[in-house]
Write a protein that binds this ligand. Structure first.
Ligand SMILES: NC(=O)c1ccc[n+]([C@@H]2O[C@H](COP(=O)([O-])OP(=O)(O)OC[C@H]3O[C@@H](n4cnc5c(N)ncnc54)[C@H](O)[C@@H]3O)[C@@H](O)[C@H]2O)c1
Ligand SMILES: O=c1ccn([C@@H]2O[C@H](COP(=O)(O)OP(=O)(O)O[C@H]3O[C@H](CO)[C@@H](O)[C@H](O)[C@H]3O)[C@@H](O)[C@H]2O)c(=O)[nH]1
Length: 663
């Protein structure tokens, strides 16, 4: 018995960079993910796991309504950034019958998306991209876990007898996955692609305004306005516009006004469909979202437009997780979601200061309050504060909105969330300097972690960078920077652009970037942890630890026509065996002398030298041995166990607990 169906994945390493604009006026320059290649097992395993959370209380779409939008054939996504690229890739992957084209005015970005070096690395993204963008070969497998997986005459063959067959003698169910044609495209022909689309996603950047009215708070909608104008001129009648970008509440009105000005005789529907993916988990978040929010006008044609968009998501998102609402609620929800998450972090960080002075332990406090389901345990990790391209700019946008509405108290409330965040960083830097006898002159500091969080090389609004800037003021001999996921060349060039070439070692300054954590820490007076990477944790053995869950074989599938996500999980599983599913077609070769190929080769070579790579935890005994006495370690992310570190003769200062200096 066999069935045809498209799908899949395999594993591979990726890295890469791309710069985008700072999102707030004093934010860092931004370099995108040159993340490490976390294995697919994590990504697809998590994505497949069932979410227990039920969405209630908001109107849900029913199946009938959704089916009314089945006519969608072409989607155009404007903006090939962190949101546009991955979102379009997943939409195309899950909807082989829809052509999805991502357009951007930045031709170099488009070129990278078309190459084997996408501009953004997110675990699992490259594999999805390859299937949707390049198409795939046919292949097949038996619907049961076997010792030797592939029986496929078309791709990889095996004559292995399954356990089932040898035991019961019955024939096994064979599932055939048919070849897929490419349905994800990248282009710089913005107006042409807009003119062909049934649905147009707007996923351009919306940073904080740098100048003029509202500077430092208001959202800069310049890019959004430009795209809206293009759409107003070129969109075909009946096309549906979707705000994917995070925008101020009532932006849909601005879009409608622009559309009316250019096409007064036509009516377009504008939807709000904010994106909630987080850096480092974008693919998991997209494959298995907690919720998909669709805001529309409360008219029959508004609801029809919402249903059309919902039908695209319904290919892989359960209907119970697709919620519709009025468009202003949807726009505001995005800002509020980020503000509330950030507020929890500032709340716990404010309590961490009390802990440091009283003897309470912030992790114990967080754990105990998090057990109350009314509070929950997420976003309660104290540290040096939140970074990233969104939290700060979105809170600033909320503050500006409140101010414009004459709600000063509301604006003050949310401003405090940002103030606490900065205060937390300042406190950390002061504590470091104070422990080092009030002077950094002549001292070497090792900074572990440069990105804004673990598992990403995105450095936008990175707290590490802000701390480094503050530490520089005190004139250290050396600041040795190491990050697991950011390429040293990229960190160097970002620091050069942001702080000036003279702060780098090559320019006669104190900052040096290392690709090896041990060399960075060697002979340091202090090690300073800036990101919550699992690799920085101390364990009893300090030896290599498997940080990724092994993906279970998902077979047998309930039915013989598995979904794209199911085949993806199977391919992820098989990629660790000797018989991977052979679905990929060859990627386009790069021109000779490709810089990215060179970086990858260098990374592969480094792996062989024993430098700290992504699957290994740091050997803290080794680091401690080579530290200058009195061997200070500052744990800005709560990743170290105090007992273990003190046993190594280290003086540990962590956030939210009494450190060595407080005893
Ligand atoms: N980065 C995230 O994790 C994240 C998550 C959720 C929501 N968001 C929101 O999504 C939006 C996009 O964020 P991002 O991080 O992808 O930004 P980005 O800077 O990475 O990408 C935006 C892209 O839009 C392109 N662009 C700008 N103006 C254009 C125009 N007129 N025509 C064609 N292309 C144009 C830029 O060249 C750029 O490639 C923002 O509103 C952001 O707040 C971001
Ligand atoms: O308990 C915590 C959780 C996070 N952080 C920090 O908070 C920042 C943001 O982390 P995270 O939310 O994981 O990453 P982002 O990529 O910024 O994602 C946020 O911002 C996106 C852009 O709007 C939204 O789509 C996501 O839902 C939202 O989580 C990072 O610096 C983290 O280190 C903490 O300090 N403590």
């Amino acid at each position: 018995m066999s069935r045809n169906l498209p799908s899949t994945v395999d594993s591979e390493e990726g890295l890469f960079d791309i710069s985008t604009a700072p999102t707030t006026p004093d934010g860092s320059l931004t370099f995108s993910p040159v993340l490490k290649a976390a294995q697919l097992q994590d990504v697809f395993g998590d994505a497949a796991s069932t979410k227990e959370q039920e969405i209630k209380g908001i109107s849900s779409l029913d199946a009938t309504l959704c089916s009314s939008g089945v006519g969608v054939k072409n989607i155009c996504c404007v903006g090939a950034g962190y949101v546009g690229g991955p979102t379009a890739a997943v939409m195309a992957f899950q909807n082989p019958h829809i052509n999805v084209t991502v357009v951007d005015r930045d031709s170099s970005r488009i070129k990278q998306w078309e190459s084997k070096h996408p501009p953004i690395y997110e675990p699992g993204l490259h594999e999805i991209l390859r299937i949707a963008r390049d198409g795939s070969k046919a292949c097949s497998f038996y619907n049961e876990p076997t010792r030797s997986e592939s029986i496929d005459g078309m791709s990889s063959a095996s004559s292995a007898t399954s356990e089932c067959e040898s035991q019961c003698g019955e024939h096994r169910d064979e599932i055939v996955i048919s070849a897929r044609q490419p349905n994800l495209f990248f282009s710089t022909e913005v107006s042409k692609c807009i003119s062909e689309a049934d649905i147009i996603l707007i996923a351009v950047n919306t940073p904080t305004k740098m100048r003029g009215v509202g500077a430092g708070r208001a959202t800069d909608v310049t890019a959004l306005e430009a795209v809206t104008r293009e759409i107003a001129i070129h969109a075909k009648p009946g096309a549906i516009l979707v705000e994917k970008s995070t925008v101020p509440c009532r932006t849909a009105q601005l879009i409608q006004d622009t559309l009316k000005a250019h096409r007064p005789n036509l009516t377009f529907e504008v939807l709000s469909n904010p994106e909630f993916l987080a850096a480092g988990t974008a693919v998991t978040d997209l494959l298995s979202p907690d919720r998909v929010i669709i805001g529309s006008s409360d008219t029959p044609s508004g609801r029809r437009a919402a249903a059309a968009l919902a039908s695209v998501y319904a290919s892989w998102v359960p209907l119970s997780r697709i919620v519709t609402m009025n468009i202003w609620s949807s726009e505001l929800s995005k800002l509020v979601a980020n503000a509330m998450l950030a507020q929890r972090i500032s709340s716990i960080n404010s309590i961490s200061a009390i802990c440091e002075k009283t003897g309470a332990d912030i992790d114990e406090v967080a754990r105990s309050i998090g057990l109350d389901p009314r509070i929950g345990n997420k976003y309660l990790k104290a540290g040096i504060g939140f970074g990233g391209s969104c939290f700060k700019k979105d809170i600033l946008s909320l503050v500006y909105l409140a101010q414009n509405l004459g709600l000063e108290e509301v604006a003050d409330y949310w401003t405090k969330v940002l103030e606490i965040n900065e205060w937390q960083r300042t406190r950390y830097v002061r504590r470091i300097i104070s422990c080092l006898n009030g002077t950094l002159v002549g001292k070497k500091l090792a900074v572990l972690g440069y990105a804004f969080k673990k598992d990403t090389s995105d450095t936008r609004e990175s707290p590490a960078l802000e701390c480094i800037k503050a530490l520089l003021e005190d004139g250290p001999r050396e600041i040795a920077v190491f990050d697991l996921f950011c390429d040293p060349t990229i960190i160097r060039s970002e620091i050069r652009r942001l702080l000036g070439a003279e702060v780098l070692r090559e320019g006669g300054g104190p900052i040096e970037i290392y690709s090896d954590a041990y060399r960075a820490c060697d002979s340091s007076h202090a090690v300073i942890i800036m990101t919550d990477c699992d690799e920085f944790r101390n364990t009893a053995s300090s030896s290599a630890t498997p940080r990724r869950k092994l993906q279970q074989d998902p077979r047998p599938f309930q039915h013989l026509s598995p979904t794209e996500s199911e085949v993806l999980r199977l391919q992820s599983h098989l990629s660790t065996t000797s018989t991977p599913l052979q679905r990929f077609v060859d990627e386009p070769e790069c021109e000779s002398g490709c810089v990215r190929c060179g970086i990858e080769m260098e990374k592969r070579e480094l792996k062989g030298e024993g430098a700290v790579r992504s699957t290994e935890r740091l050997d803290w005994a080794r680091i401690a041995y080579h530290l200058q006495k009195p061997k200070w370690v500052f744990d800005g992310r709560g990743v170290l166990d105090i007992g273990g570190m003190e046993g190594l003769g280290v003086r540990l200062e962590g956030i939210g607990r009494v450190g060595w200096s407080g005893r």
